[in-house]
Design a protein. Structure first.
Length: 38
């Protein structure tokens, strides 16, 4: 399982996991959670 990451690691993780489309999805989700935490 993935552990909660810091904002920097989160942004790096969202860049490329399984492809561009998936990356964009992950980025959107990460930004959403980052905004909620802030």
């Amino acid at each position: 399982m993935l552990q909660p990451l810091h904002e920097r690691e989160l942004l790096l993780t969202c860049r490329c996991l399984l492809g561009i489309l998936f990356c964009i999805d992950i980025c959107s989700v990460n930004k959403f959670f980052v905004k909620r935490e802030l």
